[in-house]
Design a protein around this ligand. Structure first.
Ligand code: SAM
Length: 236
């Protein structure tokens, strides 16, 4: 029986060298690469001389080409799923495809490769314990946001979330309000780390109390650019 394979392939989060030899080989060997944004993926392909056909898997309107992908896998074709950066399915599209393949096509192999992810890179660089941590993905914009900050305040585990350039200042303000005030009164400072532009030229790891981190960005407005991971130490 011919069986297809779905590969989940992490790609660099900045520095183009952060891709494994296995990932490059598989991207060259598969029948099709499903990607988010053709131009982003083509930049990587050019760097590593990869000429495999690509198909868009995700658009603003949602997941595309899922039925076609399932049909190809069932025919025995091999497909690699990539996102614009990091590990697909981690705050990125792809979970639905993996879930459907596992539920509906038990003969199709699903092979996830280890590799770059902003979450793990930020934690590794932070100096904050990752023995126990909770990852929240992106903070909700409105509904549930305050509740989540309160949960983080009360959590004994390290908390990690992704934040966009549009909301990082607002998030730091909320952290100052929620974490610093009672904590300082109680004499215990919760450490906050903002990891910015990981693996890129302007990589920056800012550590301190929420207030200190906020002050850093107030004093360096030009650093309010790029991509951010926020880490908050658990309460003791
Ligand atoms: N799947 C990706 C991963 O494994 O890291 C995450 C994709 S998510 C759509 C994009 C978010 O990840 C960004 O908004 C930012 O919060 C974080 N991120 C991605 N690359 C980053 C980088 N180089 N430095 C800091 N944060 C990054």
């Amino acid at each position: 029986m011919i069986t297809g394979t779905l590969y989940i392939i992490p790609t660099p989060i900045g520095n183009l060298e952060d891709i494994t030899l296995r990932a490059i080989r598989i991207l060259k060997e598969v029948d099709l690469v499903l990607c988010e944004n053709t131009s982003v993926t083509q930049r990587l392909f050019k760097e590593y001389d990869i000429n495999t056909p690509t198909s868009i898997f995700y658009a603003q309107t949602g997941i595309k080409n899922i039925e076609k992908s399932l049909a190809l896998l069932e025919e025995g074709k091999s497909i690699a799923l990539v996102s614009d950066a990091g590990t697909p399915t981690i705050s990125d599209p792809g979970v639905l495809l993996v879930d459907r393949v596992r539920n509906e096509l038990p003969d199709v192999a699903v092979v996830a490769l280890p590799g770059a992810s902003a979450l793990i890179t930020a934690l590794a660089s932070s100096g904050i314990s990752s023995s126990n941590f909770t990852f929240y993905g992106f903070m909700p914009h409105k509904k549930g946001r305050e509740t989540l900050f309160k949960t983080i305040k009360e959590s004994e585990m390290t908390s990690v979330f992704y934040e966009s350039v549009h909301r990082i200042e607002k998030t730091l303000e909320s952290l100052v309000e929620i974490l610093d005030q009672p904590a300082v009164e109680a004499g215990e400072k919760r450490r906050v780390v903002v990891a910015r532009e990981l693996t890129k030229i302007y990589e920056e790891i800012v550590r301190g109390s929420a207030k200190e981190v906020k002050e850093h960005f107030n004093n360096h407005k030009d650093h309010l650019r790029g991509e951010f991971v926020v880490i908050i130490e658990g309460c003791k």
